[in-house]
Design a protein around this ligand. Sequence first.
Ligand code: ADP
Ligand code: ADP
Ligand code: MG
Length: 667
Amino acid sequence: MFNKILIANRGEIACRVIRTAARLGVRTVAVFSDADQSALHVEMADQAVHIGGSSVAESYLKGDRIIQAALDTGAEAIHPGYGFLSENPEFVDAVETAGLVFIGPTATAIRAMGLKDAAKSLMEKSGVPVVPGYHGEAQELVVLAGKANEIGFPVLIKARAGGGGKGMRLVEDPKDFAEALSAAKREGKASFGDGRVLVEKFIASPRHIEIQVFGDNFDNVVHLYERDCSLQRRHQKVIEEAPAPGMTDEMREAMGQAAVKAAQAINYSGAGTIEFIVDGTDGLQPDRFFFMEMNTRLQVEHPVTEMITGLDLVEWQLRVASGEKLPLAQEEIKADGWAFEARLYAEDTQKGFLPATGTLAHLKFAEHEARNESGVRQGDTITPFYDPMIAKIVVKGADRETARLKMVSALERTEVVGTTTNLAFLVALMAHEGFASGDVDTGLIDRELDRLNRLGDAPDHFIAAAALAAIDAQRDVVSTEPFELLGLWAHWTAPKRVVHLMYGEESHELAVARIDDGKWLVSPYRDGSSPLPPITIDIVSNAGGTLRVQIDGIVTTMRTIRHEDNLTIIAEGMVHTFGLPDLSAADPEPGEISDRLIAPMPGVIKQINVKAGVAVLCEAPLIVMEAMKMEMTLTAARDGVVEEVLVLEGQQVSDGDILLNLEPVPE
Ligand code: ADP
Ligand code: ADP
Ligand code: MG
């Protein structure tokens, strides 16, 4: 085993690797960017080396600096995590040239699977079923459109170098083919420096089922069963589980064998995943699964496999890379129970799942219900520089329903304040009856989006409790415990106070009056100032941000968190945030909003379609922006003439930046 390894990654996966290394007595070296000076992975490692600026290009993608850091600290091997340099064969070559061990497959194996077209040809030759399609050299529109017609619509266009759902377009109607092709090519070029694509049949009722494989340097390859990753949004996984619902012994055997065959075809060593797309029209059929791609690294969702097999995949990675044989033979690998993983993201599900940023004013995981894999702590900031994942919540139960209910409970007990998250969306998804019955496919989320995204309004008692908490805020006391002054206040102040609360677009004007020791009446201040009925509240206890109140004989435990000009109340699996408008001095900016094109989030300007003086129509695509993982086209809010363009292609912009000004069309 190694004495010391360097982890060329950040966030939860860096922390995950460090934990196993520490358990095995292997010392660890972290690397970090400017933005990650005090990140959790830096704190957890035995040593840490600063490698550059905040952007990934200046830090986590700087292979040479990372290798130098390993040499400087005496690390013998480099674990790449996932993303970043994990599937970069040039990096693997450089690591080996420096006399270090890459904890992963050989550069040759990565190259063989790196381009989807070449990988498909290789798999076809090795007898692994692949999706019908065209993965040849020709790239002209006429040829590819012709191939698409032969294959039959709907088809998928995929950047051959693609990953993370990028550079992929579904085309249902031949008339949309040309536009989709140029979009896929542009995205492929921008994200992977390769604009070439392949075209394949879009599988009906698609399910994404993948097989975890493991190889060593002694020609052994085993599989560790399947994971179902069908719950996806924009081709990105949201919830994963193992085993796959409806899996039969026959199908598992067929998929396991195909996966092992695929890995053997490239003499695979280390952890890898063979992703299959499965036609789920008539349940799972052993002749209806097709190779999509191989991920030659540890996968984000590896914990679900660990939960059902009881194995530590990072430990296996370290053992294999240090020259040991696979710890178990195929027949010794057992699985039991059911596991789920939910990816908790800082993102606004109401605004097209836009990645969000913010400082985590409060963060608490359900320690008893779940295994929580996170790279951030309370007080840390989710920046625009990296993937906005906050944590992976992982649970296991004896069967699917037990595990599912455990996940719902774990999610409901997870508290995140300071950024928008997809928590409520995840809860709705886990509770969805189609999902609950195991009826999953990759289109489920998009079909049910409106329903999954419907947020309930704050119940009256939340508003009343928020009014009590707001009193301290209005006294301008900066405190994370909004109630600490309430007791004092009772003794000396007037019997009634007026509180202003914003909830969504609604403004509430409430009167809070002390009736008795610990007993309060919250009511509308004057007619029409709030739809709330008068509510009598008993404060049972209040300490450490946890407030217990009794209303109509029912005691509720609420968590109350102050952050900036907001007050968040968490209780009963619900999270509601109220604005304290007296404190926020945000004046609306002068000028018509529709005159300006504003960046909805931090990102990079990819393409500018217009210049000053050009007349545009309402909805005209003006600027293409890329933000974290998606490309979005910003359009004109009305007819007008471009007055000035304030940004350049390639420029990094912040949330709220004005990108372009329009002026009215001259009469
Ligand atoms: P998985 O199937 O494991 O989710 P993905 O292809 O979606 O695999 O990517 C794995 C992870 O790598 C993603 O969760 C993402 O955070 C990260 N990732 C993907 N592409 C990039 C990239 N270009 N830069 C940094 N991280 C990336
Ligand atoms: P990436 O490298 O971006 O992960 P994949 O080829 O693995 O790209 O595909 C990502 C997702 O797109 C799959 O999980 C699946 O949901 C969907 N997908 C890919 N190929 C097909 C197909 N032929 N038919 C239907 N859905 C597909
Ligand atoms: Mg994939």
